[in-house]
Design a protein around this ligand. Sequence first.
Ligand code: PGA
Length: 224
Amino acid sequence: MDKKLFVANWKSHKTKEEAIKFFEYLRDNISHIDLSNKEIIIAVPFTLLAKAKYLVDEFKLPVKLSSQNVSSFPEGAYTGEINAKQVREFADYTIVGHSERKRYFHESESDVENKIKEAKEVGLKVIQCIQDENSQLHKDSDILAFEPPNSISTFGVGEPDDPKDIEKVFSKLSEELSGRTILYGGSVDENNVKTYADISTCGGFLIGGASLDPMSFISLLSQW
Ligand code: PGA
């Protein structure tokens, strides 16, 4: 059985103290979860990568870390940017192409392509978000995450997508995926995650709002 990926996306949330509380809760409660069928990745803000890595190692948590973005430029004179090499010190993954980056920060497909190139050069695995079946799937991304913008809890209607729609999109993309894992993201929580259980092509979930409170996140994970 392939393990499902559960990727928490904290977005622009949490201070260091809040992150410590989250990881302490995980340390104390992770034994309630069946880990034989799932992998957990937590995408934290850049400011928390070092602390999160320290805590994951210290508490021996079965969790991988990700950034939520990465610079499309290499190391150099790019004020305010965090490059892939800097992320790689602390994380195994990076998310690229999230619709919030596209909507609020005007990221283009060529930005996304450059980010993927930078990430791959240092051995970061790339989780590329796509918004619909016409989105460009970059050949070097490792994992795809289908997130219809209207289903993201803080965008549009904030209603999770219908499992039938998701299945349709996944099957349209199946050739282009060439064997890569595809996740669903958009308003997934502890109450609805089971409704996606029948989508055999779904490799897991990208979880925003419901990953912030460690109790809800553990409860969501324990549904699977
Ligand atoms: P949401 O966010 O779970 O809060 O809808 C998902 C995402 O945007 O990655």
